[in-house]
Design a protein around this ligand. Sequence first.
Ligand code: ADP
Ligand code: MN
Ligand code: MN
Ligand code: MN
Ligand code: MN
Length: 381
Amino acid sequence: MADSTKIENNPKIMSGPVLTNSPNAVLSKTLLGRYQDLPVPGDKIIATYIWIDGTGEHLRCKDRTINFIPKQPKDLPEWNYDGSSTGQAEGHNADTYLVPRAIYKDPFRRGNHILVMCDTFKYNMQPTETNNRLKCQEAYDKCRDEEPWFGLEQEYILLDSDLRPFGWPPGGCPPPQGPYYCGVGANKVFARDLVQAHYICCLYAGIPIAGTNAEVMPSQWEFQVGPSVGVTAADDLWVARYILHRLAEEYGVIVTFDPKPVADWNGSGAHTNFSTKKMREPNGIIEIEKAIDKLSKVHMKHIKVYDPRGGKDNERRLTGLHETASINDFSAGVANRGCSIRIPRAVAEEKRGYLEDRRPASNCDPYSVVDALMRTCILNE
Ligand code: ADP
Ligand code: MN
Ligand code: MN
Ligand code: MN
Ligand code: MN
Protein backbone atom coordinates (compact mmCIF):
# COMPACT_ATOMS: atom_id res chain seq x y z
CA MET A 1 0.00 0.00 0.00
CA ALA A 2 1.27 3.41 -0.90
CA ASP A 3 1.60 5.93 1.89
CA SER A 4 -1.34 8.25 1.33
CA THR A 5 0.39 11.14 3.09
CA LYS A 6 3.03 11.25 0.36
CA ILE A 7 2.35 12.44 -3.14
CA GLU A 8 3.47 9.99 -5.77
CA ASN A 9 3.63 12.43 -8.53
CA ASN A 10 3.39 11.71 -12.18
CA PRO A 11 6.91 12.57 -13.38
CA LYS A 12 5.48 14.18 -16.50
CA ILE A 13 3.78 16.83 -14.39
CA MET A 14 6.49 17.20 -11.80
CA SER A 15 9.69 17.21 -13.83
CA GLY A 16 9.53 20.81 -15.03
CA PRO A 17 11.39 23.71 -13.48
CA VAL A 18 9.74 24.99 -10.34
CA LEU A 19 8.57 28.58 -10.24
CA THR A 20 8.51 30.15 -6.82
CA ASN A 21 5.54 32.25 -7.82
CA SER A 22 3.59 32.90 -10.99
CA PRO A 23 4.41 36.44 -12.11
CA ASN A 24 0.78 36.78 -13.16
CA ALA A 25 -0.42 36.30 -9.60
CA VAL A 26 1.20 39.55 -8.47
CA LEU A 27 0.33 41.79 -11.44
CA SER A 28 -2.40 44.37 -10.96
CA LYS A 29 -5.82 43.01 -11.90
CA THR A 30 -7.34 46.49 -12.22
CA LEU A 31 -4.89 48.51 -14.32
CA LEU A 32 -6.18 47.10 -17.60
CA GLY A 33 -9.57 48.56 -16.71
CA ARG A 34 -8.17 52.01 -17.56
CA TYR A 35 -7.69 51.02 -21.17
CA GLN A 36 -10.13 48.20 -21.80
CA ASP A 37 -13.00 50.60 -22.48
CA LEU A 38 -11.11 53.13 -24.64
CA PRO A 39 -13.26 53.94 -27.65
CA VAL A 40 -11.69 52.24 -30.67
CA PRO A 41 -12.66 52.86 -34.32
CA GLY A 42 -16.16 51.40 -34.76
CA ASP A 43 -15.31 49.29 -37.78
CA LYS A 44 -12.44 47.48 -36.06
CA ILE A 45 -12.73 44.32 -34.02
CA ILE A 46 -10.09 42.02 -32.54
CA ALA A 47 -10.25 38.34 -33.42
CA THR A 48 -8.30 35.79 -31.37
CA TYR A 49 -7.49 32.82 -33.60
CA ILE A 50 -7.14 29.65 -31.48
CA TRP A 51 -5.67 26.32 -32.59
CA ILE A 52 -4.38 22.98 -31.29
CA ASP A 53 -0.59 22.65 -31.48
CA GLY A 54 1.61 19.67 -32.37
CA THR A 55 1.05 17.99 -29.01
CA GLY A 56 -2.63 17.51 -29.84
CA GLU A 57 -3.22 18.61 -26.30
CA HIS A 58 -2.21 22.24 -25.89
CA LEU A 59 -3.66 25.41 -27.36
CA ARG A 60 -2.05 28.39 -29.05
CA CYS A 61 -3.57 31.71 -30.03
CA LYS A 62 -2.81 35.01 -31.70
CA ASP A 63 -4.79 38.15 -32.34
CA ARG A 64 -5.55 40.23 -35.40
CA THR A 65 -7.66 43.20 -36.36
CA ILE A 66 -10.66 42.60 -38.60
CA ASN A 67 -12.38 45.51 -40.34
CA PHE A 68 -15.90 44.09 -40.32
CA ILE A 69 -18.19 42.01 -38.17
CA PRO A 70 -18.20 38.44 -39.50
CA LYS A 71 -21.51 36.55 -39.62
CA GLN A 72 -19.96 33.11 -40.10
CA PRO A 73 -16.46 31.56 -39.96
CA LYS A 74 -16.21 31.62 -43.77
CA ASP A 75 -16.33 35.43 -43.74
CA LEU A 76 -13.04 35.52 -41.85
CA PRO A 77 -9.66 35.44 -43.58
CA GLU A 78 -7.51 32.33 -43.42
CA TRP A 79 -4.24 33.06 -41.63
CA ASN A 80 -0.92 31.39 -40.89
CA TYR A 81 1.68 30.92 -38.18
CA ASP A 82 5.15 29.51 -37.64
CA GLY A 83 4.49 25.78 -37.37
CA SER A 84 8.14 25.10 -36.52
CA SER A 85 7.50 26.76 -33.15
CA THR A 86 4.47 24.60 -32.37
CA GLY A 87 5.78 21.16 -33.34
CA GLN A 88 3.88 21.20 -36.63
CA ALA A 89 6.44 21.99 -39.35
CA GLU A 90 10.13 22.00 -40.26
CA GLY A 91 11.96 25.32 -39.89
CA HIS A 92 12.70 25.65 -43.59
CA ASN A 93 9.04 25.26 -44.55
CA ALA A 94 7.29 26.60 -41.51
CA ASP A 95 4.17 28.39 -42.74
CA THR A 96 1.15 26.56 -41.38
CA TYR A 97 -2.38 27.62 -42.21
CA LEU A 98 -5.28 28.48 -39.95
CA VAL A 99 -8.82 27.98 -41.24
CA PRO A 100 -11.57 29.58 -39.11
CA ARG A 101 -14.27 27.05 -38.13
CA ALA A 102 -16.30 28.47 -35.25
CA ILE A 103 -16.89 31.94 -33.77
CA TYR A 104 -17.56 32.79 -30.12
CA LYS A 105 -17.97 36.11 -28.31
CA ASP A 106 -14.80 37.17 -26.50
CA PRO A 107 -15.53 37.41 -22.75
CA PHE A 108 -12.17 39.08 -22.11
CA ARG A 109 -12.60 42.00 -24.50
CA ARG A 110 -16.41 42.05 -24.82
CA GLY A 111 -18.10 44.23 -27.45
CA ASN A 112 -17.88 42.82 -30.96
CA HIS A 113 -14.55 41.12 -30.32
CA ILE A 114 -14.43 37.40 -31.01
CA LEU A 115 -12.70 34.09 -30.35
CA VAL A 116 -12.20 31.97 -33.46
CA MET A 117 -11.60 28.22 -33.24
CA CYS A 118 -9.47 27.14 -36.20
CA ASP A 119 -8.08 23.94 -37.64
CA THR A 120 -4.61 23.68 -39.13
CA PHE A 121 -3.09 22.76 -42.50
CA LYS A 122 0.46 22.19 -43.68
CA TYR A 123 2.22 24.16 -46.43
CA ASN A 124 0.69 21.79 -48.99
CA MET A 125 -2.82 22.26 -47.55
CA GLN A 126 -2.88 18.74 -46.11
CA PRO A 127 -4.22 18.66 -42.54
CA THR A 128 -1.52 18.70 -39.83
CA GLU A 129 -1.01 15.49 -37.79
CA THR A 130 -3.11 16.89 -34.94
CA ASN A 131 -5.94 18.22 -37.09
CA ASN A 132 -8.60 15.71 -36.07
CA ARG A 133 -11.38 18.18 -36.79
CA LEU A 134 -11.42 17.56 -40.53
CA LYS A 135 -12.25 13.83 -40.16
CA CYS A 136 -14.79 14.62 -37.47
CA GLN A 137 -16.55 17.11 -39.73
CA GLU A 138 -16.59 14.52 -42.56
CA ALA A 139 -18.15 11.91 -40.27
CA TYR A 140 -20.72 14.38 -38.99
CA ASP A 141 -21.66 15.42 -42.53
CA LYS A 142 -22.49 11.76 -43.28
CA CYS A 143 -24.80 11.34 -40.28
CA ARG A 144 -26.44 14.73 -39.76
CA ASP A 145 -29.89 13.15 -40.19
CA GLU A 146 -29.31 11.00 -37.10
CA GLU A 147 -28.79 14.18 -35.03
CA PRO A 148 -25.87 12.98 -32.89
CA TRP A 149 -25.74 14.90 -29.61
CA PHE A 150 -22.75 15.03 -27.29
CA GLY A 151 -22.57 16.19 -23.68
CA LEU A 152 -18.93 16.38 -22.56
CA GLU A 153 -17.90 16.30 -18.91
CA GLN A 154 -14.52 17.97 -18.55
CA GLU A 155 -12.62 17.18 -15.36
CA TYR A 156 -9.43 19.09 -14.54
CA ILE A 157 -7.02 19.82 -11.71
CA LEU A 158 -5.58 23.16 -10.63
CA LEU A 159 -1.87 23.30 -9.87
CA ASP A 160 0.11 25.88 -7.98
CA SER A 161 3.17 27.43 -9.60
CA ASP A 162 5.31 24.67 -8.02
CA LEU A 163 3.25 22.21 -10.13
CA ARG A 164 1.67 20.57 -7.09
CA PRO A 165 -2.13 20.60 -6.70
CA PHE A 166 -3.29 24.07 -5.73
CA GLY A 167 -3.75 24.54 -2.00
CA TRP A 168 -2.22 21.21 -0.96
CA PRO A 169 -0.06 21.32 2.18
CA PRO A 170 3.69 21.58 1.50
CA GLY A 171 5.28 18.15 1.10
CA GLY A 172 2.11 16.19 1.86
CA CYS A 173 -1.48 15.40 1.05
CA PRO A 174 -4.78 16.69 2.35
CA PRO A 175 -6.91 14.20 4.36
CA PRO A 176 -8.23 11.32 2.18
CA GLN A 177 -10.86 11.81 -0.51
CA GLY A 178 -14.49 11.82 0.55
CA PRO A 179 -15.53 15.31 1.64
CA TYR A 180 -14.40 17.18 -1.47
CA TYR A 181 -16.79 16.01 -4.24
CA CYS A 182 -19.44 18.73 -4.59
CA GLY A 183 -17.91 20.07 -1.39
CA VAL A 184 -18.73 23.27 0.44
CA GLY A 185 -16.37 25.10 2.78
CA ALA A 186 -12.92 26.62 2.82
CA ASN A 187 -11.17 23.34 3.74
CA LYS A 188 -13.05 21.38 1.06
CA VAL A 189 -12.84 23.40 -2.17
CA PHE A 190 -10.24 25.77 -3.57
CA ALA A 191 -10.54 28.50 -6.23
CA ARG A 192 -14.30 28.56 -6.61
CA ASP A 193 -13.90 32.14 -7.90
CA LEU A 194 -12.10 30.85 -10.96
CA VAL A 195 -14.79 28.24 -11.57
CA GLN A 196 -17.51 30.87 -11.31
CA ALA A 197 -15.68 33.24 -13.67
CA HIS A 198 -15.36 30.38 -16.15
CA TYR A 199 -19.06 29.55 -15.96
CA ILE A 200 -20.13 33.14 -16.70
CA CYS A 201 -17.51 33.59 -19.44
CA CYS A 202 -18.66 30.41 -21.21
CA LEU A 203 -22.30 31.53 -21.13
CA TYR A 204 -21.29 34.94 -22.47
CA ALA A 205 -19.16 33.38 -25.22
CA GLY A 206 -22.09 31.28 -26.46
CA ILE A 207 -20.82 27.93 -25.18
CA PRO A 208 -23.70 25.77 -23.91
CA ILE A 209 -22.06 25.04 -20.57
CA ALA A 210 -24.45 22.69 -18.77
CA GLY A 211 -23.11 22.78 -15.23
CA THR A 212 -20.14 22.52 -12.94
CA ASN A 213 -19.12 20.74 -9.72
CA ALA A 214 -16.18 20.26 -7.38
CA GLU A 215 -14.60 16.83 -7.86
CA VAL A 216 -13.24 14.04 -5.69
CA MET A 217 -9.72 15.46 -5.23
CA PRO A 218 -9.16 18.87 -3.63
CA SER A 219 -8.55 21.40 -6.45
CA GLN A 220 -10.14 19.04 -8.95
CA TRP A 221 -13.22 20.41 -10.73
CA GLU A 222 -15.56 19.54 -13.56
CA PHE A 223 -17.69 21.41 -16.03
CA GLN A 224 -20.01 20.02 -18.67
CA VAL A 225 -20.81 21.35 -22.13
CA GLY A 226 -23.74 20.35 -24.27
CA PRO A 227 -25.65 18.59 -25.41
CA SER A 228 -24.24 20.03 -28.65
CA VAL A 229 -24.66 18.60 -32.11
CA GLY A 230 -21.84 16.71 -33.87
CA VAL A 231 -18.52 18.47 -34.38
CA THR A 232 -19.81 21.60 -32.64
CA ALA A 233 -19.62 19.80 -29.30
CA ALA A 234 -15.86 19.50 -29.73
CA ASP A 235 -15.47 23.14 -30.85
CA ASP A 236 -17.41 24.16 -27.75
CA LEU A 237 -15.19 22.09 -25.45
CA TRP A 238 -11.90 23.35 -26.92
CA VAL A 239 -12.98 26.97 -26.55
CA ALA A 240 -14.22 26.30 -23.01
CA ARG A 241 -10.74 24.88 -22.27
CA TYR A 242 -9.15 27.99 -23.81
CA ILE A 243 -11.24 30.29 -21.61
CA LEU A 244 -10.30 28.26 -18.53
CA HIS A 245 -6.58 28.52 -19.29
CA ARG A 246 -6.90 32.27 -19.90
CA LEU A 247 -8.72 32.87 -16.61
CA ALA A 248 -6.21 30.72 -14.76
CA GLU A 249 -3.44 32.94 -16.16
CA GLU A 250 -5.04 35.86 -14.36
CA TYR A 251 -5.30 33.96 -11.08
CA GLY A 252 -1.73 32.72 -11.42
CA VAL A 253 -2.76 29.06 -11.19
CA ILE A 254 -2.21 26.31 -13.75
CA VAL A 255 -4.88 24.07 -15.24
CA THR A 256 -3.83 20.51 -15.98
CA PHE A 257 -5.93 18.13 -18.06
CA ASP A 258 -3.47 15.31 -17.38
CA PRO A 259 -5.66 12.29 -16.56
CA LYS A 260 -3.70 11.16 -13.50
CA PRO A 261 -1.42 13.77 -11.96
CA VAL A 262 -1.46 12.19 -8.49
CA ALA A 263 -1.35 8.44 -7.85
CA ASP A 264 -3.89 6.96 -5.41
CA TRP A 265 -6.35 9.77 -5.96
CA ASN A 266 -9.12 9.97 -8.56
CA GLY A 267 -7.85 10.91 -12.00
CA SER A 268 -9.59 13.15 -14.52
CA GLY A 269 -11.80 12.03 -17.37
CA ALA A 270 -13.86 13.49 -20.16
CA HIS A 271 -16.98 11.34 -19.92
CA THR A 272 -18.80 11.61 -23.21
CA ASN A 273 -22.58 11.41 -23.18
CA PHE A 274 -23.91 10.45 -26.58
CA SER A 275 -27.30 10.01 -28.20
CA THR A 276 -28.94 9.87 -31.60
CA LYS A 277 -32.46 10.94 -32.52
CA LYS A 278 -33.59 7.30 -32.39
CA MET A 279 -32.07 6.80 -28.93
CA ARG A 280 -34.05 9.79 -27.66
CA GLU A 281 -37.36 8.48 -29.06
CA PRO A 282 -39.68 6.08 -27.14
CA ASN A 283 -37.99 2.70 -26.63
CA GLY A 284 -34.69 4.23 -27.76
CA ILE A 285 -33.01 1.91 -25.24
CA ILE A 286 -32.92 -0.69 -28.03
CA GLU A 287 -30.78 1.68 -30.12
CA ILE A 288 -28.59 2.39 -27.09
CA GLU A 289 -28.03 -1.35 -26.60
CA LYS A 290 -27.17 -1.76 -30.29
CA ALA A 291 -24.60 1.01 -29.99
CA ILE A 292 -23.07 -0.61 -26.89
CA ASP A 293 -22.82 -3.91 -28.76
CA LYS A 294 -20.94 -2.19 -31.59
CA LEU A 295 -18.65 -0.41 -29.12
CA SER A 296 -17.86 -3.71 -27.37
CA LYS A 297 -16.28 -5.00 -30.59
CA VAL A 298 -13.84 -2.12 -31.09
CA HIS A 299 -12.78 -1.30 -27.53
CA MET A 300 -9.05 -0.95 -28.21
CA LYS A 301 -9.66 1.09 -31.37
CA HIS A 302 -11.47 3.64 -29.21
CA ILE A 303 -8.90 3.53 -26.41
CA LYS A 304 -6.24 4.50 -28.98
CA VAL A 305 -8.00 7.79 -29.79
CA TYR A 306 -9.28 8.57 -26.29
CA ASP A 307 -6.05 10.32 -25.22
CA PRO A 308 -3.33 12.13 -27.18
CA ARG A 309 -0.80 9.30 -26.71
CA GLY A 310 -2.62 6.35 -28.22
CA GLY A 311 -3.82 5.04 -24.85
CA LYS A 312 -0.61 5.60 -22.86
CA ASP A 313 -2.09 8.41 -20.76
CA ASN A 314 -5.23 6.45 -19.99
CA GLU A 315 -3.14 3.47 -18.81
CA ARG A 316 -2.38 5.52 -15.70
CA ARG A 317 -6.06 6.36 -15.16
CA LEU A 318 -8.14 3.37 -16.27
CA THR A 319 -6.89 1.00 -13.58
CA GLY A 320 -10.22 -0.48 -12.48
CA LEU A 321 -10.01 1.59 -9.30
CA HIS A 322 -11.24 5.13 -8.55
CA GLU A 323 -14.52 4.87 -10.49
CA THR A 324 -12.92 3.49 -13.66
CA ALA A 325 -12.96 0.25 -15.60
CA SER A 326 -9.70 -1.47 -16.58
CA ILE A 327 -8.25 -0.20 -19.85
CA ASN A 328 -8.06 -3.83 -21.07
CA ASP A 329 -11.72 -4.74 -20.65
CA PHE A 330 -14.96 -3.50 -22.10
CA SER A 331 -17.98 -3.42 -19.82
CA ALA A 332 -21.37 -1.74 -19.69
CA GLY A 333 -23.97 -1.36 -16.98
CA VAL A 334 -26.87 0.64 -15.60
CA ALA A 335 -25.80 3.28 -13.06
CA ASN A 336 -22.40 1.56 -12.73
CA ARG A 337 -19.48 3.98 -12.54
CA GLY A 338 -16.94 1.16 -12.70
CA CYS A 339 -17.90 0.34 -16.31
CA SER A 340 -16.59 1.53 -19.68
CA ILE A 341 -20.13 2.52 -20.65
CA ARG A 342 -22.78 3.58 -18.17
CA ILE A 343 -26.48 3.77 -18.87
CA PRO A 344 -27.78 6.40 -16.46
CA ARG A 345 -30.49 5.08 -14.13
CA ALA A 346 -33.09 7.54 -15.47
CA VAL A 347 -32.37 6.40 -19.04
CA ALA A 348 -32.94 2.74 -18.10
CA GLU A 349 -36.22 3.69 -16.39
CA GLU A 350 -37.54 5.84 -19.24
CA LYS A 351 -36.19 3.37 -21.81
CA ARG A 352 -34.74 6.18 -23.87
CA GLY A 353 -32.06 8.84 -23.76
CA TYR A 354 -28.29 8.45 -24.02
CA LEU A 355 -25.24 6.46 -23.01
CA GLU A 356 -22.16 7.67 -21.15
CA ASP A 357 -18.75 6.61 -22.47
CA ARG A 358 -16.53 6.91 -19.38
CA ARG A 359 -13.27 6.04 -21.14
CA PRO A 360 -12.04 9.31 -22.73
CA ALA A 361 -9.20 10.89 -20.75
CA SER A 362 -9.48 14.50 -19.60
CA ASN A 363 -6.80 15.49 -22.12
CA CYS A 364 -8.51 13.75 -25.05
CA ASP A 365 -9.11 15.53 -28.31
CA PRO A 366 -12.92 15.69 -28.37
CA TYR A 367 -12.82 15.81 -32.18
CA SER A 368 -11.35 12.28 -32.11
CA VAL A 369 -13.81 11.02 -29.49
CA VAL A 370 -16.87 12.45 -31.23
CA ASP A 371 -15.52 11.17 -34.57
CA ALA A 372 -14.99 7.62 -33.23
CA LEU A 373 -18.46 7.43 -31.66
CA MET A 374 -20.20 8.58 -34.85
CA ARG A 375 -18.18 6.19 -37.02
CA THR A 376 -18.70 3.14 -34.79
CA CYS A 377 -22.28 3.66 -33.66
CA ILE A 378 -23.88 5.39 -36.66
CA LEU A 379 -21.72 4.87 -39.75
CA ASN A 380 -20.83 1.22 -38.89
CA GLU A 381 -17.20 1.70 -39.96
P1 ADP B 1 -22.69 12.52 -14.38
O1 ADP B 1 -23.85 12.01 -13.61
O2 ADP B 1 -22.03 11.44 -15.17
O3 ADP B 1 -21.72 13.30 -13.55
P2 ADP B 1 -23.26 15.09 -15.69
O4 ADP B 1 -24.49 15.70 -15.16
O5 ADP B 1 -21.97 15.65 -15.24
O6 ADP B 1 -23.34 13.48 -15.48
O7 ADP B 1 -23.25 15.21 -17.27
C1 ADP B 1 -24.27 14.70 -18.07
C2 ADP B 1 -24.15 15.34 -19.44
O8 ADP B 1 -25.01 14.66 -20.33
C3 ADP B 1 -24.57 16.81 -19.50
O9 ADP B 1 -23.54 17.55 -20.10
C4 ADP B 1 -25.79 16.82 -20.39
O10 ADP B 1 -25.80 17.96 -21.18
C5 ADP B 1 -25.57 15.57 -21.23
N1 ADP B 1 -26.76 15.01 -21.83
C6 ADP B 1 -28.03 15.01 -21.31
N2 ADP B 1 -28.88 14.42 -22.17
C7 ADP B 1 -28.15 14.04 -23.25
C8 ADP B 1 -28.47 13.39 -24.48
N3 ADP B 1 -29.73 12.99 -24.78
N4 ADP B 1 -27.46 13.18 -25.36
C9 ADP B 1 -26.21 13.55 -25.08
N5 ADP B 1 -25.86 14.18 -23.94
C10 ADP B 1 -26.81 14.41 -23.03
MN1 MN C 1 6.83 37.29 -36.48
MN1 MN D 1 -20.32 14.70 -14.20
MN1 MN E 1 -17.00 13.79 -12.66
MN1 MN F 1 -19.99 11.23 -15.79
